[in-house]
Design a protein around this ligand. Sequence first.
Ligand code: NAD
Length: 387
Amino acid sequence: MNDSVAVSDNKILSENDYSLFSQLVNMNHEQLVFCSRPEVGLKAIVAIHDTTLGPALGGVRMWKYSSENQAIRDALRLSRGMTYKAAISGLNFGGGKAVIIGDSRTDKTEAMFRAFGKFIEGLAGRYLTAEDVGMTEREMSWIYSETKYVTGIPKSLGGSGDPSPVTAYGVYMGMKAAAKKAYGSDSLSNKRIAIQGAGSVATYLARYLAKENAKLFITDIFEEKANHLARETGAEVVSPDEIYTLDLHIFSPCALGSVINDDTISHISCDIIAGGANNILDDEKKHSLELQNRGILFAPDYVINAGGIINISSEMQGYNEKLAMEKTSQIYDTLLNVFEYSENHNLTPVEASNILAEERIKSVGSIKTIYSSESNFSNRQGEIYRR
Ligand code: NAD
């Protein structure tokens, strides 16, 4: 039997091409969108994971992926994380994420981001984009010139601006909650804390920690960035590999995901892992269990780094920085609740937070079957995503 399917006169798809659908089914994704505009160098992927609670919200990341499959995998994993992040943070949004394949240092053009904005507009509000790794307010403004479905736009344009300071505040509060759980006190004074990455989130986080008198270590693949942050905060700079060999109280990954993996996990010596990066664990199930067995308390990343999404979601109601910070400070209680649930049910913190997020999606989702006249009129004035 021929497993191939003819889709046009000169293009035959083999059965393997359908494995993309298996990936969507395995991770419960709703939609995967490929956006191509070679004239302006745009190769983007938008992943929409789950829209039970509301439109999919999540940032766009620009990264020089080594393969298209790696970019797809990143978009799928990150968007799934956004669903859980919104759910556990009590937000009425689903999970989505976009990736643009390219070098954020050399490949950016106005036309590229405006083309991306047009594709986002075409999704008609099913996905709301925002700033993530490799992006700045300048690119968000370009995207905004083509679509209203964008958050985290500059303050000068009426948006909430860069979410990194709020994300960092949430990570700081979450780190304190983890310290409370591990040490009985949430003071971080004199704690040996290593921050991986010296980017936006890391910079604001390091400032909070320096103020509290923590003993800081910092690394970045661009040494000048680490040096710069170290000069400001009194941190010690270490090499990207050395960070895994330090004897620490807290390890705070604030660069990219999958940094706790089969190669690194046995080298890490700390009491707590609490960082701003998404998808810190390469294999969520395996590595969260391994950390637990080694007595390392892991703060699930999508819980602790939710400050950014809390910040951009508040843009929908008219941005108020004070309220966004207040809501972000609740990450402290959310995390303590996750730790308590995990202890009471003999689960890892990741399993506990997954269950708590899924329970909210299921229970809130169930009320959507109740007819309400408001849902009929929510399309007015493009307000569908502002509920
Ligand atoms: P950023 O691009 O400003 O900073 C990332 C830094 O990590 C860069 O300086 C980069 O050079 C460095 N880096 C990359 N790989 C590294 C490695 N192997 N070792 C050391 N350093 C490395 O990004 P950001 O906005 O600070 O975000 C950092 C992380 O936090 C990302 O995983 C992002 O998804 C996550 N996050 C960010 C926000 C936000 O508000 N910005 C919100 C939620 C989650």
